[in-house]
Design a protein around this ligand. Structure first.
Ligand code: THG
Length: 370
């Protein structure tokens, strides 16, 4: 599909960093949570190599926060997810699927605990605020649910720690994965965590005062000049290589966490009040589909998402990219488990793909010299 222009209005929200993103030469946007999300700067491959070698600043404001505040905040947060979040520490984040009463996935946010009575859900692209408000009303909970003035800015790449340490001080080096600290920029105290939607390492700065957006961006670029800092964005090559899933692309509320390989984030025997756990206990092991990785030894753009063998539907392609590092075409596909039982390859448009888990067993790829 050719790229088309996007009409931007208050409904398609810009961010506190949009002026700087534009000045950095953004090539394309997506709309995510009704907000602009940059998707490309130089080009996917160039952006990819730069991310893997240097440091990038990403405007991920579109990862909106849904704040749950009040005496029943902990109860509502736990109702929403089948992950046991009872042991989460203050300023800790947990990646957790949110599921409905049938086990379907509503969203896959990072759930951040500020205190038992104050949680942020740092959401992927679906209207979690409405869902949470509906649950709060239905269950008669004493909470407020709203979207605060918070816009995450991610700093990602091997030199991210150095850049964030220059901005906030050496203490950031001690922050562990998915933990955070309250740190100060121009007198404003904000949440800074070691996280981000890449596996190149880095931090996310949850700016909580939109009027400081341009100053924060400019400071990072001033401090990062000799680190070759550039504007970037979640990169589809890096995220496929890293096995990071994208709601709306790879799965939606017609899928359950077992189908998506998110079993590890669910505790079926937990003694918790979770809306989806009763359904998920029944679904465990019964799922008919499984999200898998596919890789081809040659470049191929698959145009038809429905995968068939001898006229039979066996799966659906959900994401694909060319990996310049492994020189493979990578894809994710929601495959019928029947097919997976006795096949480890599939022929698509005349080319054979190996079927792997979501992490592409990258070491195995290298060892096999494929
Ligand atoms: N950062 C913040 N908010 C977000 C995202 C983010 N909201 C939308 C989207 N990304 C949510 N989805 C994910 C998916 C994966 C991860 C984070 C958010 C992730 N996963 C690690 C992994 O798969 O290895 C670790 C998960 C774990 O084991 O705890 O980081 O990126 N603020």
């Amino acid at each position: 599909m050719n790229d088309k222009f996007l009409s931007i209005s208050r409904r398609t929200r810009s961010t506190p960093f949009t002026s700087r993103v534009e000045a950095s030469g953004v090539k394309a946007y997506s709309v995510y949570n009704h907000m602009l999300l940059p998707t490309e700067f130089v080009n996917f491959e160039d952006d990819y190599w730069h991310l893997c070698e240097h440091v990038q600043v990403w405007d991920v404001s579109a990862e909106r926060q849904v704040e749950i505040k009040g005496p029943d905040a902990m109860r509502l947060a736990q109702l929403m997810t089948p992950r046991d979040i009872s042991s989460t520490q203050d300023l800790q984040g947990k990646y957790a699927p949110l599921c409905n009463e049938h086990g379907g996935i509503i969203n896959d946010p990072i759930m951040i605990r500020h205190s038992a009575e104050r949680w942020w859900l740092s959401i992927a692209d679906s209207d979690v605020k409405l869902w949470a408000q509906g649950l709060a009303t239905g269950f008669g909970l004493n909470v407020e649910v709203f979207e605060p003035d918070v816009t995450p800015l991610a700093v990602q790449g091997p030199k991210a720690e150095e850049l964030v340490a220059r901005l906030f001080g050496e203490s950031v080096r001690d922050i562990r994965f998915f933990r955070g600290e309250m740190l100060k920029f121009q007198g404003q105290v904000m949440y800074v965590a070691r996280s981000g939607w890449s596996k190149q390492g880095g931090f996310e700065i949850y700016l909580n005062n939109a009027s400081l957006g341009e100053a924060l961006w400019d400071k990072l670029f001033e401090l990062g000049k000799d680190l070759n800092v550039r504007a970037g964005c979640p990169n589809s090559i890096e995220r496929l290589e890293s096995g990071l899933l994208s709601l709306g692309n790879d799965f939606d509320d017609s899928n359950n966490p077992f189908e998506c390989g998110l079993d590890q984030y669910i505790k079926l025997d937990a003694d918790i009040e979770s809306l989806s756990l009763p359904a998920l206990r029944k679904l465990a092991g019964q799922h008919k589909k499984q999200l898998m990785g596919l890789f081809f030894n040659q470049k191929i753009t698959i145009r038809q998402p429905n995968l068939t063998v001898d006229g039979q539907f066996v799966g659906e392609l959900t994401s694909q990219c060319w990996s310049p590092r492994y020189r493979k075409q990578l894809a994710f596909a929601m495959m019928n488990r029947d097919y997976l039982e006795n096949h480890s390859t599939i022929e698509i448009e005349g080319q054979i793909a190996q079927i792997s888990d979501l992490h592409f067993s990258v070491e195995a790829l290298i060892q096999r010299g494929e």
